[in-house]
Design a protein around this ligand. Structure first.
Ligand SMILES: Cc1cc2nc3c(=O)[nH]c(=O)nc-3n(C[C@H](O)[C@H](O)[C@H](O)COP(=O)(O)OP(=O)(O)OC[C@H]3O[C@@H](n4cnc5c(N)ncnc54)[C@H](O)[C@@H]3O)c2cc1C
Length: 454
C-alpha cells in the first residue's frame, strides 16, 4: 500500500475524531479534519442556552464495548472530571413507573395487565416462528400483552416508521429478551430485576455535558488540524480533490467521510446511477430535543430516575431524561434548579407539530403530575436534529452493500452513525472505534471489525 501523504477526514464528530486520534497515535502528524459547523462533537456536542442551562442533543451517556475507548475517555478527562452513575430507568404505563427492563418487571403492573403479559409470554414461548420483520419479532419474543402495553407503541414512537418495514438484526444487546424462569422468580419474590444491559453503569462529564469529551479530544488532536465551517460540497476521486461550500479546495490521498452517507454519495463524481439509487433508499427519522429548565427540586417520583420511556400517546415524547441528575453543573444554580430533556421523533409517517412540541411536552408533564405545582419553567430549549436515527429498514443492507462497494472501488470509505448508517454500531463508542479501525486499516492494513462485523 503506498504511503498516503495527505489524509482528509470529513466531520469532527466522534468518528472523525477517533480516526484522527489513532492516526496521531500511529505517528501520522499530517491530517486534516473538515467540519461543516462551527464546533466539534456532531450529535455528541452540547450547548449552553441563554439562561445558562446545558443541553446535549438528546440524552447521551457513556458506556462502552471497547477497552480502547475506555482508555481514551480516561485520558481525555481527569478522574475527578467524571461522574459515575448506576442506571435507574423506568417505563411509564397506566400512570405508574415500571422499572426497566419492563419485560423483567411485570410484577409492578396491575393484576389484569400482569396476567395478560404473562399469558402472552407463555404462548410466545410455545410458538417457534422465524419472524420476518421487527413488528413480528416483538410479538414472537414477548407475546401480545407486552407488545400491546409497551414494545409496539414505544417502538412506533422511537422509530416513527412502520415496524413491519424494519428488520430486527440490530437488536443484539439493545433489547432484553425475556427468560420465563427468571420472570416467574421475580413474580414470586416481587423483587425488581433491573440490572440488565451494557448501560447499567455509565459515566458523564462533571462539567460541559457530553460535548466536553469531544472538545477535549479536539484540543489534543490540535485545533490547527481541524478546519471548521468547511462543508463538503464535491469530491473528485480521480484528481483526489475536495471542494467545500465556502469555495475552498483541498487535495487528498486518503479520505474518510463521516457526514451522512446519502448526501456524501451525491457529492462524489462518477458514482454509477445504481449507487445513487441505493443511497436514496437509506432512511432516517428526525429527532426533536426539548430541554426544560425548572425551578426547585425534582419531585420524589423523578428524583432517583436517570431516564424514562413513555410508550403511551398521551405524551408526545418517547423518552424523558432527568438531565440535572447526570451532573449538577447542567443547571446554572444547582440545588435550586433542575432540568429535564424530552425527545420526540418525527418522519413522514409520524409528523410532528414542530412549533408546539416544547409546550406540548410541558403540558403533558403537568397533566401527569410529574412537575410539582410551584415549579416554574425557567428555560425552554428546542433543537430539531434533521437526522436522529439511521433506520434499519428491511432493504438497508442491500442498499448499503451496493453503495459501499462502489465507494470502495473509488478508494473512498464512509463510517460512523450516518456515515455508515448502521444503527447497531451507531453509538459514540462504536463510532469512535470505526474511526480508529479505519486508521488501522489505512496505515497497518488491519481488517475493520466494528463496521464490517458488528
Ligand atoms: C437522541 C440521541 C441520543 C443518543 N444517545 C446516545 C448515548 O446515550 N450514548 C452514545 O454513546 N451515543 C448516543 N447517541 C449517538 C451519538 O450521538 C453518535 O454515536 C455520535 O455522535 C456519532 O458520531 P459520528 O462522528 O459518526 O457522527 P456525528 O456526531 O453526526 O458527526 C458528524 C459530523 O460531520 C459533520 N458534517 C456533516 N455534513 C458535513 C459536510 N458536508 N462536510 C463537513 N462536515 C459535515 C457534522 O456537522 C458533524 O459534526 C445518541 C444519538 C441521538 C440522536
Amino acid at each position: 500500500m503506498p504511503r498516503p501523504e495527505r489524509i482528509a477526514i470529513i466531520g469532527a464528530g466522534p468518528t472523525g475524531l477517533g480516526a484522527a486520534w489513532r492516526l496521531l497515535e500511529l505517528g501520522r502528524e499530517e491530517l486534516t479534519i473538515f467540519e461543516a459547523s462551527g464546533a466539534v462533537g456532531g450529535l455528541s456536542s452540547s450547548v449552553v442556552d441563554g439562561r445558562g442551562f446545558t443541553w446535549d442533543m438528546g440524552g447521551h451517556v457513556e458506556f462502552s464495548h471497547y477497552p480502547y475507548y475506555d482508555r481514551v475517555l480516561d485520558e481525555l478527562l481527569a478522574p475527578h472530571a467524571w461522574l459515575r452513575h448506576e442506571r435507574v430507568a423506568a417505563v411509564r404505563v397506566q400512570g405508574r413507573f415500571v422499572p426497566y427492563p419492563f419485560q423483567y418487571n411485570i410484577h409492578r403492573l396491575p393484576a389484569a395487565a400482569r396476567r395478560r403479559c404473562l399469558k402472552g409470554l407463555e404462548e410466545a414461548a410455545k410458538r417457534r416462528t422465524r419472524p420476518e420483520d421487527f413488528a413480528r419479532w416483538i410479538l414472537a419474543s414477548f407475546g401480545k400483552g407486552i407488545a400491546d402495553l409497551f414494545m409496539t407503541p414505544y417502538n412506533r414512537k422511537v422509530w416513527a416508521w412502520p415496524l413491519e418495514e424494519l428488520s430486527y438484526g440490530w437488536v443484539g444487546d439493545r433489547v432484553a429478551v425475556t427468560d420465563l424462569a427468571r420472570l416467574r422468580r421475580t413474580l414470586r419474590t416481587g423483587q425488581d430485576d433491573a440490572d440488565w444491559g451494557p448501560n447499567r453503569f455509565f459515566r458523564f462529564p462533571a462539567r460541559g455535558g457530553t460535548g466536553a469529551i469531544w472538545r477535549a479530544a479536539a484540543d489534543r488532536i490540535g485545533p490547527g488540524r481541524i478546519r471548521l465551517r468547511h462543508r463538503l460540497a464535491a469530491v473528485d476521486p480521480r484528481s483526489r480533490t475536495l471542494r467545500f461550500s465556502n469555495g475552498r479546495t483541498a487535495r487528498f490521498d486518503a479520505l474518510l467521510n463521516t457526514s451522512p452517507l446519502d448526501l456524501f454519495a451525491r457529492c462524489v463524481a462518477g458514482l454509477p446511477e445504481s449507487a445513487l439509487r441505493a443511497a436514496r433508499r437509506l432512511r432516517a427519522n428526525s429527532t426533536h430535543v426539548v430541554g426544560i429548565g425548572l425551578s426547585g427540586r425534582p419531585p420524589e417520583a423523578l428524583a432517583d430516575k436517570c431516564w424514562m420511556y413513555f410508550p403511551e400517546s398521551a405524551h408526545p415524547f418517547y423518552r424523558l431524561t432527568v438531565f440535572s441528575r447526570y451532573s449538577p453543573d447542567n443547571v446554572p444554580a444547582p440545588g435550586r434548579q433542575w432540568s429535564l430533556m424530552a425527545e420526540v421523533n418525527e418522519s413522514p409517517f409520524q409528523p410532528a407539530r414542530s412549533a408546539r412540541i416544547a409546550a406540548d411536552a410541558v403540558r403533558s408533564l403537568r397533566r401527569e403530575g410529574l412537575l410539582p405545582s410551584g415549579c416554574r419553567v425557567l428555560s425552554l430549549w428546542h433543537r430539531r436534529l434533521l437526522r436522529g436515527y439511521p433506520l434499519p429498514t428491511l432493504d438497508r443492507d442491500e442498499a448499503l452493500g451496493a453503495l459501499q462497494r462502489e465507494l470502495e472501488r473509488l478508494g473512498l470509505q464512509s463510517r460512523g452513525r450516518f456515515g455508515g448508517w448502521r444503527y447497531e454500531v451507531g453509538n459514540q463508542d462504536h463510532s469512535f472505534m470505526q474511526g480508529v479501525e479505519w486508521a488501522d486499516r489505512l496505515l497497518r492494513g488491519r481488517r475493520e471489525k466494528v463496521y464490517r462485523a458488528p
